[in-house]
Write a protein that binds this ligand. Sequence first.
Ligand SMILES: [Zn+2]
Length: 394
Amino acid sequence: MSINWIEAALIGTGAIVGWASSRRLYRQSTRRAPSSEYLAGVNFLVKDQPDRAVEAFLRAVAVERDMVETQFALGALFRRRGEVDRAIRVHQDLIAREALEPGFREQASYALSQDYLRAGLYDRAETLLLELASGGHYQIAALHDLVGLYETEREWERAIQMHRELSRAAKPEQPAAIAHYFCELAELARAAGDLPAARAQLRLARKEQKKFARAALVRADVAVDMNETDLAVRLLRGVPLQSPALAGEVLSRLVRALRSSHRSAELPQVVSSLAANGPEVADALAHAAIVAGELDASALLELARAYVAREPTVAELVESLRPGEGPLPEAMLKRLCAALRRQALRAARFRCGECGFSSSNFFWQCPGCKHWDSQKPLSPSDLTAGRGGTVRPR
Ligand SMILES: [Zn+2]
């Protein structure tokens, strides 16, 4: 019973994989009854009193230093409380025991790698995780952690390599991740002025994901750099059809592509043809134009008119102020759009569909939960409903 209690308490620490292994080994290695101090520690965990649990486990360790189970519980609690130095000492002490069973040694190595990750000691974590990723009980968990570590360190080539190993060992949770890594490499090459290298990386991204919106956007950037405006526009036209949420990314690039080649007069025609793909694309473009303050083109202003008429919160406000008076005059529509823009700029404009992280900037990978492609733009209805949250600066 005690093992189940402590197991439940440790779920929140992410230690359950290790705990299950520890329980199996515990059963194999000892038939001794747990000490009263150990049981007291478990009881404090159940009562959500981690400080008192730590005290009880420390007393249990003082009495029975060889109780590996207690050491693991203590190490996990220290890490959970942010006392990473103490967690590291507990796990290093376990690893240093010559008589420790191989299964416990593996578990202690993984626990220590988690301490190092938490402490930001990435080199040390990497060394342990690479050993664990070569096989054994923690192989998949270690590969996952290595992918996350290389993403954090922006070591995209290592991330690609590790993600491929993960794909061989298990089904990856985010199959589009490798295509994003190639896009990151393409953007780095482009920033360094190496456009052929950027194009090569984008070809590899498209090999990973056939219709990949980000690759089209970056390829359009490269096309603009090379004064290939027609190609850039053609690429950008396809993106909102794949992902209307990226309308803002498309619009800013369209404006840049046409302006840089002195062809801004073509913007209304391009926008109209894009909007003809359906109300979802039209509304996404209109919202992006309002937030960007890009309403000079008549086609965009008309899209914005249709958008505010359809947007429930805004339409109700307008109707309450001008009951039955028909379409807004142009000057009033522009003032309304300017007010909506100010409101959008004051709040978060994007929200992660996975974890709810809100931000004023667009991220391909959510800084909160590390999901790729999970951020979506917030509409005025979202903002008035309080779904935008507060902006978290990075
Ligand atoms: Zn998230």
